[in-house]
Design a protein around this ligand. Structure first.
Ligand code: PMP
Length: 414
């Protein structure tokens, strides 16, 4: 990106005027807006008196470690996992990713030679910009984080293949394959096929396939993601994929259902371990979700209601950025067709300063660097915009303020 010059005096005046307005806006995290949560209001009055699942079992009682089959059936398509290999669990997929890492640390994975805790070194590939909670989760267990670049079709596969083939310490890769956080990229068929088929030095290499935005379209175009689990099996690497998903941004972010899917061998490994941790998940919540969403078509219809609320907010981000910065050479940004984020690329060395200026002016942004391992974006040039929570008018105001801060940061830098 070329860096155009900005007049310092006018940038300072604009910023002073912005501070005087005493704004209080927050576009930090990808939270559903209250209007989106209201779409699932009926959920909380379900089930109405009938607690039995379709197999006759009483959902209020213990048991059912794999989760309710009728709910797993609704999500099998979306998450591209056969029902028998898809588990419905508690309210969070992040907690399932956490469990997966902990279990791999403490119990040898199918195909592995020893527990990750007994390895001299455990590293994971981290496509950047990526999701901060993935990186923080792995770092907490002493896992080395190796950044690899995200491209418009997925991670830089040549680099991923080179590293995974050469280094037995590399045990996995974090992927958000659809409407990625924060770039909005959906992995190409080619990228998915290469991930499934690439040789890895570690026999227990795992792709942490966090399909958090599987059905979260913002437009009519609904890109198909290649089926990782099937491609892994075809390539002779059946146990390579750990698939995660949840209804956090479908129903209620704090009271949804998380899913874990994988090969038969991995699921047997998982159930053997998880059965020591719980007698069974919250099946009343599973039943409530199955009754509310009904089927795959019900799920799609429900997601269209989310899109109606979210799309104007994403359109506002693009419109204001175009008005304020289009053609300036100061920034480029993504125009996602789904998911929860826009990724803004600013001149090198200015992202932290922009976020600081915005904070002083009452606009909270995700900390610069959060999209990179250990919060360190070496180019200091990525800012994540999360427009889902505020109303469109507030999104407009926050993004306009961001442009003022960007111009000042660039001007001050000279
Ligand atoms: N994965 C990604 C990529 C996310 O963006 C988020 C939420 N921001 C999560 C997982 C969290 O999922 P859950 O609510 O199911 O724990």
């Amino acid at each position: 990106m070329t860096t155009a010059s900005v007049d310092v005096d006018s940038a300072r005046r604009a910023y002073a005027a912005l501070v005087d307005r005493g704004l209080s806006l927050d576009i930090t995290r990808g939270k559903p807006a209250p209007r989106q949560l209201d779409l699932s209001a009926e959920l909380l009055s379900l089930p109405r008196g009938e607690y039995r699942a379709e197999d006759g079992s009483d959902t209020r009682n213990y048991g059912g470690l794999k989760g309710l089959p009728e709910l797993r059936r609704i999500f099998a398509d979306a998450l591209q996992v056969p029902v028998e290999q898809l588990l419905a669990a508690g309210n969070s997929s992040l907690e399932l990713m956490h469990d997966a890492v902990v279990q791999a640390m403490l119990s040898t994975l199918p195909g592995g030679q020893r527990r990750w805790a007994d390895e001299p070194r455990v590293a994971m590939l981290c496509p950047v910009p990526g999701y901060d909670r993935h990186f923080n989760l792995a770092a907490r267990f002493g896992i080395e984080l190796i950044p690899v670049a995200m491209t418009e079709t997925g991670p830089d596969l040549a680099e991923v293949e080179r590293l995974a083939a050469a280094d037995a310490g590399i045990k996995g890769i974090w992927c958000v394959p659809k409407y990625s956080n924060p770039t909005g990229v959906t992995f190409s068929d080619e990228a998915v096929r290469r991930l499934a088929a690439m040789p890895t030095a570690a026999p227990d290499f795992r792709i942490f396939w966090d399909n958090a935005y599987a059905v979260h379209h913002l437009t009519e175009a609904e890109p198909e993601l290649a089926d990782l689990l099937a491609l892994c099996a075809e390539a002779g690497n059946p146990d390579r994929a750990f698939v995660f998903g949840s209804t956090s941004k479908i129903t209620l972010a704090g009271a949804g259902v998380g899913f874990f899917g994988s090969s038969e061998a991995n699921i047997a490994w998982w159930l053997g371990l998880i059965g020591k941790r719980t007698i069974g998940p919250d099946k009343v919540n599973h039943l409530r979700h199955a009754l509310f969403l009904e089927d795959t078509e019900g799920l799609r219809a429900h997601m269209r209601k989310h899109a109606e609320i979210l799309a104007p907010k994403f359109a506002a981000v693009d419109r204001i950025l175009t008005e304020e910065l289009g053609g300036s050479g100061l920034a480029s940004w993504t125009k996602p067709a789904g998911g929860y984020f826009v990724s803004l690329t600013v001149p090198e060395g200015t992202a932290k300063e922009i976020v600081r200026l915005a904070k002083e002016a009452g606009v909270a942004l995700t900390p610069a660097g959060a999209t990179h391992p250990h919060g360190d974006d070496p180019a200091d040039s990525t800012i994540r915009i999360a427009p889902s929570f505020p109303e469109p008018a507030e999104v407009e105001e926050a993004v306009r303020a961001l442009a003022v801060c960007l111009r000042l940061a660039v001007a001050e830098r000279g």
